[in-house]
Design a protein around this ligand. Structure first.
Ligand code: ATP
Ligand code: MG
Length: 262
């Protein structure tokens, strides 16, 4: 066996095909302790797929996915469950259970994955809801919440197991610009306060530059640029430049969505 990687996450030459469709054509990426890595890319480029690979919800067609010293793609089910409890996930559409109150949604990972007493669960839930400014809403149902409030609750839920890594899938999608900045600031303060590493997937440039300590751009199944935000702004890659400017002129619309370089 090769030496374990020192990074929190490593993707080594990962390929992912859904039947005929090649989504990832050899992605290599590392996430260092305490960084906030932003993964950018067009809709359908495979950003959520990368997060699902890190969680072990998908298996790569080729290549390896590591969380710390564990090769996620090779773990037996039980071990994978244990490892997953060390990773928090904030889903693209908040994914709160509509039949459970805010309190019960946030308590869910503790109830399902730990033997924590109900008094202790109440204390932890209260603490995490307080961190995201939602303690007042503990008795409400998800249907009574706005999109921004749902995001906050799903953030609290991702924090209850004190994860070492949090994955955020489009944390500000569908929110107005002011609430989006509030969520961005919350992500920054929570990850700093809790000393947790994070991966944030987004196609919103303002958020990407606000949150990211490092960035990677996914295009046609590959990471075509990677670096600190300042370096990213100076990228001479025409795809990156077009993506950052949001222009319709450039290579992005010319390339067919399915044409992935392998
Ligand atoms: N379970 C699946 N079976 C078949 N194809 C899939 C599956 N999941 C995703 N795909 C395809 O893989 C590609 C990448 O999907 P993914 O959800 O990762 O994109 P994304 O970058 O997150 O997009 P968005 O920004 O719209 O959320 C898409 O073309 C999608 O249709
Ligand atoms: Mg997605």
């Amino acid at each position: 066996m090769s030496a374990p990687p020192p990074d929190v996450v490593e993707l080594r030459d990962v390929q992912l095909h859904f039947e005929e469709k090649k989504v990832l054509g050899g992605v290599s990426l590392t996430v260092k302790p305490l960084e906030r890595l932003v993964i950018m890319g067009q809709s359908g480029s495979g950003k959520s797929t990368i997060l699902r690979l890190i969680l072990g919800l998908l298996q790569p067609t080729a290549g390896s996915v590591f969380f710390k010293q564990f090769e996620i793609s090779r773990l037996p089910r039980r071990k994978l469950q244990q490892i997953r409890s060390r990773i928090g996930m904030v889903y693209q559409y908040s994914a709160l259970l509509s039949s459970r109150s805010v309190r019960d949604n946030v308590a869910l990972p503790l109830e399902e994955l730990t033997h924590t007493s109900s008094d202790e669960i109440d204390r932890i839930v209260e603490e995490k809801l307080d961190l995201v400014g939602m303690a007042h809403a503990r008795k409400q149902m998800p249907s009574e919440l706005s999109g921004g409030m749902k995001k906050r609750v799903s953030l609290a839920r991702a924090l209850v197991l004190e994860p070492e890594l949090i994955l955020f899938d489009e944390p500000t999608a569908g929110l107005d610009p002011v609430i989006a900045s509030v969520i961005d600031e919350l992500i920054i303060s929570l990850t700093e306060k809790s000393e947790v590493t994070s991966v944030i997937v987004t196609h919103e440039m303002d958020s990407a530059f606000r949150i990211g300590t490092r960035m990677a751009m996914l295009y046609q199944g590959k990471i075509i640029e990677e670096g600190e935000p300042e370096a990213f702004k100076r990228s001479t890659d025409p795809v990156v430049a077009q993506f950052l400017s949001g222009s319709t002129e450039g290579p992005i619309l010319e390339g067919s969505e399915d044409a992935i370089a392998t």
